[in-house]
Design a binder for this molecule. Structure first.
Ligand code: UGA
Length: 435
């Protein structure tokens, strides 16, 4: 099939390379010409394991190309994916300006009947708006509109796209469902369910999934606060909970909380959508509040260890919102850095991939090129995201180069016994501290 993807960000680019890998002929388009220039050279604008390999192989096979000319790209497409950003407005609602612009390009320049697939995360009701616009611009073409939300995780995006557990398609007509079935045919079966619904259900289900995962994390973080006050161990509590299949063991890791460009903004957008529909979804506000509290609780541990923060050096290991990505948007590590800096601490960070991005986001942050450079002379070290390479840290060396051997573990990454044996004061999250 001839597929055009509008928007080559985290969702759009993965859609491009995955659909090309499935054998479709894909054109990716983006208004950012510099990004298109980079993609043409086989370079990904962001770090994501495996994406450049598929980018290069797709282009070599003649299945994948990029252009900044979206009007030409949509003209002959069988399917057009809208993968543009839906950033939060000041009110927290998702801004749908880019979605409207993308729909207008299809409405004006598609020369044949096309299936327009909404893949960006949007509030329920958006597809209806897109449909109205398409009808207004060219009523005779009768384009189809489909909601096909993305469930991929950054850092595991290729794996999630090519081996999904589910593909969700919300559509109105049998022909639209048929096109989507053909598009994804190689992926369906083998542990991947195709779920077909009406459009509003698909749109709402995406927000429901992200909000529920965020809720699980905040539940674990609220338990962590309780464990810290009662002497219980949140890791063991989560293990007990996870042993019940009805609860499930994933997304119960207490720590610095969730970040990234999905959970924080989707949660607020979902709450705003509910409010617009006349329902006060207060639970979602509480989930966000507990998430903010998780950063404050970690800052409190640093203060507890160091007393006054003025001119104390604090090292943060891991600056991206989670390991496996260079994405620092809504990163809890940077929220913690801001908080510590505002109280007078000198904060030095290290991240295997996101150092430059963190520095651009927070210029006052010092960024080191390796963990030991970051930790030299530090009064305290905070583990903020659990990159695998931190497993190999030489604890004896850290003890030697730090001013004081104090570790705050924002992800319960280290074993308490390992810390005790290495002689550190150790402040985990929701578990007894070791002094
Ligand atoms: C999330 C969802 O997991 C995807 O299914 C969804 O497609 C995506 O949002 C999206 O809407 O585009 P992602 O933002 O890549 O994916 O990140 P996650 O792996 O879900 O982690 C989110 C945050 O939660 C991270 O900051 C992580 O450190 C934190 N987290 C996760 C916890 O604090 N505790 C946990 O137990 C799990």
């Amino acid at each position: 099939m001839r597929v055009t993807v509008i928007g080559t960000g985290h969702v759009g680019l993965i859609t491009c390379v995955s659909l090309a890998e499935l054998g479709h002929v894909v054109v990716g388009t983006d208004s950012d010409e510099e990004k298109i220039g980079q993609l043409d050279k086989g370079l990904s604008p962001f770090y994501e394991p495996g994406v450049e390999e598929l980018l290069v192989s797709g282009m070599r096979a003649g299945k994948l190309s990029f252009t900044s000319d979206s009007t030409a790209a949509v003209a002959e497409a069988d399917v057009v994916f809208i993968c543009v950003g839906t950033p939060p407005r000041a009110s927290g609602e998702a801004s749908l300006v880019a979605v409207e612009q993308a729909a207008a390009v299809v409405g004006r320049h598609a020369s044949r009947r096309t299936v327009v697939v909404e893949k960006s995360t949007v509030p329920a009701g958006t597809a209806q708006r897109v449909k109205q616009m398409l009808v207004r611009l060219k009523p005779d073409l009768a384009h189809e509109v489909v909601s096909n939300p993305e469930f991929l995780r950054e850092g595991k995006a290729i794996e999630d796209s090519l081996n999904p557990d589910r593909i969700l398609v919300g559509a109105e007509s049998p022909s639209a469902f048929a096109v989507m079935r053909e598009l994804y045919a190689p992926l369906i079966g083998n542990g991947c369910r195709l779920i077909e619904t009406d459009i509003a259900t698909a749109e709402l289900a995406k927000h429901a999934c992200n909000a529920f995962l965020a809720l699980k994390i905040s539940y674990a973080n609220a338990l962590a606060r309780l464990c810290e006050r009662s002497g219980a161990d949140v890791v063991a509590v989560a293990e007990v909970m996870g042993a019940d299949d009805r609860i499930g063991k994933q997304f119960l890791a207490a720590g610095l909380g969730y970040g990234g460009y999905c959970f924080p903004k989707d949660l607020v957008a979902f709450e705003r959508l509910a409010s617009g529909l006349g329902y006060k979804f207060r639970l979602l506000k509480e989930v966000a509040r507990i998430n903010d509290e998780a950063v404050e609780a970690t800052a409190e541990k640093v203060r507890d260890a160091l007393w006054n923060l003025e001119n104390k050096k604090v090292t943060l290991l891991g600056l991206s919102f989670k390991p496996g990505t260079d994405d620092v948007r809504f990163s809890p590590a940077l929220a913690l850095a801001r908080r510590l800096m505002s109280q007078g601490a000198v904060v030095v960070g290290y991240d295997p991939e996101a150092g430059a991005e963190a520095k651009a986001e927070l210029p006052g942050l010092e960024v080191a090129s390796d963990p030991y450079e970051a930790a030299g002379g530090a009064d305290c070290l905070v583990l903020c995201s659990e990159w695998a390479e931190f497993r190999d840290l030489d604890l004896a060396k850290l003890d030697e180069i730090m001013q004081h051997p104090v570790i705050v573990d924002g992800r319960n990454f280290f074993e308490p016994e390992q810390m005790r044996a290495a002689g550190f004061s150790y402040y985990p999250t929701g578990r007894p501290a070791i002094y």
